[in-house]
Write a protein that binds this ligand. Structure first.
Ligand SMILES: [Zn+2]
Length: 119
């Protein structure tokens, strides 16, 4: 279940953000997750709930938007949304391509609890 490693990465990155801002307890984390990461939402929420214990994120909730995958054809430069495991260019029929979007794992916002000052 690769959601555990994703949750771990999210927690690690969030803690760095919190420390850079002087510490505190986290209320909400907002993310952008690329479609190609194939995250199962329930699995990610479960992993996050397990791993956040005993961290400043213990009461935090996770919110994210999925970034649609986008692939650029290497033959004709057409950008398209890959629909299945074989990426076939709708314009020239070439297989494969370069990923333009869909591999994101970005923290776009961290909300700290009001009145929280780090200890
Ligand atoms: Zn093409």
């Amino acid at each position: 279940m690769h959601e555990f490693s994703i949750a771990e990465a999210i927690i690690h990155a969030t803690q760095e953000v919190v420390q850079a801002n002087g510490g505190g307890k986290v209320e909400e984390i907002h993310l952008r997750i690329g479609e190609l990461r194939q995250v199962v939402p329930d699995a990610l929420l479960f992993a996050f709930d397990v791993l956040k214990q005993d961290t400043p994120l213990a009461e935090a909730s996770l919110h994210w938007e999925t970034v649609p995958a986008q692939v650029r054809c290497k033959a004709c430069n057409t950008e398209y949304h890959p629909n299945d495991v074989f990426w076939e260019c709708p314009s020239c029929g070439a297989i494969g391509g370069e990923v333009v979007a869909g591999e994101e794992l970005d923290i776009v916002g961290v909300t700290l609890m009001e009145g929280s000052d780090g200890d």
